[in-house]
Design a binder for this molecule. Structure first.
Ligand code: SF4
Length: 253
């Protein structure tokens, strides 16, 4: 049976999906986000491995917490979609046992497994890095192809989407960017339950120094929290209008 490469496990997570959750942080990520807080999780190799059955057994130990709070199991990273085969096997086991499941992803993984994986996921927490090729490459050092494929796989997704975007000064902190972002995700508005704009901060800088890595945003200041909130509210209004249009059309049909 396929095993997963694991970075760490958090047993009482409260932010990576609804309720109390066990969060499995998988090792390895193909992106190189300029502001990544966990550059040590990018490397594809790990000494620690875990089997789908071991994930299931861990989840079973915390079932009473999940049941009381509407929680469950979340896969985060690194990038969980990179380990597509392991993720799929594990999600199937968890769903068979009745667990609520979530993936916390940047939508950039092994595209062969996207559609099948989404059949066994209740909540997708999708981190939108950027919404045009140039900006995406500047932030992640990769092109957008695999991300677009994940975005289109979400067309057939029957669960709920939480979205996040890290707003970086002088990169996406402007109205034009908010509209560009909105047009990329408007068709999914009826599935989006939450949208958060996370203001860029510099708390990860020391880690880069410790690891001897270059920090590409060293001259960029932190994002103003109030301003980020204003942009978040603007986007939420646009999404609400789109949701109303969707429900109205459904009613007419
Ligand atoms: S997707 Fe996440 S783990 Fe990967 S480089 Fe970006 S911030 Fe780091």
């Amino acid at each position: 049976m396929v095993e997963g490469r694991i970075h760490s496990i958090e047993t009482m997570g409260l932010v990576d999906g609804p309720g109390i959750r066990t969060v499995f942080f998988l090792q390895g990520c193909p992106l190189r986000c300029a502001y990544c807080h966990n550059p040590d999780s990018q490397n594809m190799f790990s000494k620690e491995h875990i089997s789908p059955q071991e994930v299931l057994e861990t989840a079973r130990r915390y079932r009473s917490y999940y049941n009381r709070t509407g929680g469950g199991v979340t896969f985060s990273g690194g990038e969980p979609l990179v380990q597509g085969e392991f993720l799929l096997e594990t999600l199937k086991l968890l769903k068979k046992d009745g667990f609520h499941t979530a993936i916390d992803t940047s939508g950039f993984g092994d595209e062969r497994y996207y559609k099948e994986i989404l059949k066994y996921v209740d909540v997708v927490i999708l981190d939108i890095k950027h919404f045009d090729n140039k900006g995406y490459r500047e932030i992640t050092e990769k092109s957008m192809g695999r991300f677009y494929k994940f975005l289109s796989a979400l067309n057939d997704f029957h669960g709920t989407i939480w979205m996040r975007h890290v707003m970086v000064p002088n990169i996406t902190d402007n109205e034009e960017s908010i509209y560009k972002l909105f047009y990329k995700i408007a068709h999914l508005a009826h599935k989006i339950d939450r949208f958060e704009i996370l203001p860029y901060h510099r708390m990860g800088v020391e880690k880069y120094e410790e690891l001897g890595m270059e920090y590409r945003l060293k001259d960029v200041p932190e994002m103003d929290k109030e301003k980020a909130k204003e942009f978040e509210n603007m986007l939420k209004v646009l999404l609400d209008i789109e949701k109303q249009k969707f429900h109205h059309q459904k009613y007419i049909i």
